[in-house]
Design a binder for this molecule. Structure first.
Ligand code: NAD
Length: 486
């Protein structure tokens, strides 16, 4: 069974050079609906030969129609794609809900974010430019901001639409041609998006999509000698392989990896305001969010009160199929459920589950459901407070002083996002500087924040920045021109 929705794609095909083509091997993979374990459809099992064709098509686009488009024309095309995505937002949301298992409201928000990225980067295309540089007498020196060329994009299953929007959107804005390898667990929105780009007038080859396994299509893309830039979002383990492959070909790479992001709540915080941010940042997308806030640091003066408030919220959380649009959906796979259950079996010492959400009674038996778990009494160096769990689990850590909170917050290998809840302005500024984190939110928490906000990590959370204007610098290269005219 292949998926041939109104969105115009054939799930058993790759999108190469503006055409839907069967993978060279003729092989397919099966795509599962995480809400009930049923098979949605078959997808292409793209491999090295398909990647090679896609990279060739991208190069042809750069040497042809796409490469000759002005910044204004690129901007108009991207804006049109964004508008088409918006028109199809409901269909895209349904597709994503079925494929990823995320509640419909979240899936709809993701479709809207995809549109927003295209609109943002469409508008930015002709607003980024080089500079003139004062130099020696008799010279005029200026810089040109140019595309890298063929840019390879490897995307995970948790937020396909948002991640495609931010990486492919910025790459196309700067005039690169993209080859996208979506995740084998969830790739339907990538295929639907490809068809929307064609309808909106993106020249053939400017975007190519090759679904398939990471170790096959993914590694063929990262090691391809004609790929000039790589953007990877996923796990630290695979990110390490991608960086090695990039080193072999000496190409720049942006790595968006995991996190163990803290929110720090001080005694003077507005607890009512903080509460929804604390909980949502842990359970959104069933906790399968790189910027999930999985550590809640509570100062001892508010610890008991705030914990009780969180417990009440947790006990009201409902877990069920994506289509029921409850607070939490299933995890992506049986494997992910096993990983999360494994972490829950590590609870020891003073740590204990203080509250859990409820899986609704009519949740299909084949779905991969885990009731959200709030764990109290966790030591800051325990595995539950150190490792990325990637499920609906938050740990609560008690602290006494600002210094202690900072040491705990900075005390993991990661550094993606941090939240501070305090009314003390000086403390806000001190901590915003001292936290080792790509983003810091003060009296709110954005789980990556808006389209406009540069996003990326420090430490094992990765390097390079996506989103916002900043991404455009990473997706382009600067050329200096020095003209001597006497
Ligand atoms: P993953 O690393 O297993 O897979 C991500 C992508 O890499 C998939 O498309 C996969 O097919 C591909 N891949 C796998 N092996 C490959 C290889 N050898 N060569 C090239 N590509 C390969 O990650 P996942 O389990 O799908 O996603 C979860 C992880 O992603 C979590 O750690 C999470 O924190 C991280 N993540 C980070 C961000 C961010 O922006 N920082 C966003 C979402 C997810």
């Amino acid at each position: 069974m292949s998926e041939q929705s109104g969105l115009g794609f054939n799930s058993e095909h790759c999108f190469i050079g503006g055409e839907w083509v069967a993978p060279v091997s003729g092989e397919v993979l099966r795509l599962e609906n995480p809400s009930d374990g049923s098979i949605i459809c078959r997808i292409a099992r793209g491999g090295a030969e398909d990647i090679n064709k896609a990279v060739g098509a991208a190069r042809e686009a750069l040497d042809g129609e796409w490469g000759t488009k002005s910044a204004l024309e690129r901007g108009r095309i991207l804006t049109r794609i964004g508008q088409e995505v918006l028109k199809h937002a409901d269909e895209l949301a349904l597709l994503e809900a079925r494929d990823v298992g995320k509640p419909l409201k979240q899936a709809k928000a993701d479709a809207q974010a995809l549109a927003r990225y295209l609109e943002f980067y469409g508008g930015a295309c002709d607003k980024i430019h080089g500079e003139t540089i004062p130099y020696l007498d008799g010279y005029t020196v200026y810089t040109l901001r140019e595309p890298h060329g063929v840019s390879g994009h490897i995307v995970p299953w948790n937020y396909p639409m948002q991640i495609i929007g931010r990486s492919v959107g910025a790459a196309l804005a700067m005039g690169n041609a993209a080859v996208l390898k979506p995740a084998e667990e969830a790739c339907l929105s990538a295929l639907a998006f490809a068809d929307i780009t064609r309808e909106a007038g993106l020249p053939a080859g400017a975007l190519n999509v090759v679904p398939g396994l990471g170790e096959e299509a993914g590694s063929a893309l990262t090691s391809h000698p004609n790929v000039n830039h790589l953007s990877f979002t996923g796990s630290v383990g695979v990110g390490t392989l991608v960086q090695r492959a990039a080193a072999d070909n000496i190409v720049p790479v942006t790595l968006e990896l995991g996190g163990k992001s803290p929110q720090i709540v001080f005694d003077d915080a507005d607890l009512e305001a903080a509460l929804p941010f604390l909980v949502n940042a842990g359970i959104q997308n069933a906790g399968q969010t790189c910027s999930a806030s999985s550590r809640i640091l509570m100062q001892s003066g508010v610890h008991d009160k705030l914990l009780a408030m969180m417990v009440e919220r947790y006990e009201a959380l409902e877990v069920g199929p994506a289509i029921a649009d409850l607070n939490v959906g299933p995890l992506i796979s049986a494997r992910q459920k096993d990983i999360v259950s494994g972490f829950l079996s590590e609870i020891e010492g003073n740590a204990r589950i203080v509250a859990r959400g409820k899986i609704v009674s009519d949740a299909p038996a084949g779905g991969h459901y885990v009731a959200p778990a709030l764990i109290g009494g966790v030591e800051a160096d325990h595995v539950l407070a150190q490792d990325e769990i990637f499920g609906p689990v938050q740990v609560v850590i008690r602290f006494e002083t600002e210094e202690e909170a900072l040491a705990i917050a900075n005390g993991t290998d990661y550094g993606l996002v941090a939240g501070i809840w305090t009314r003390d302005g000086a403390r806000q500024m001190r901590l915003a500087k001292a936290l080792k984190s790509g983003q810091v939110f003060i009296n709110n928490y954005g789980a990556g924040g808006g389209v406009e906000l540069p996003f990326g990590g420090v430490g094992k959370s990765g390097h390079g920045r996506e989103k916002g204007f900043e991404a455009l610098y990473g997706f382009s290269v600067l050329k200096t021109v020095a003209a001597y005219h006497g």
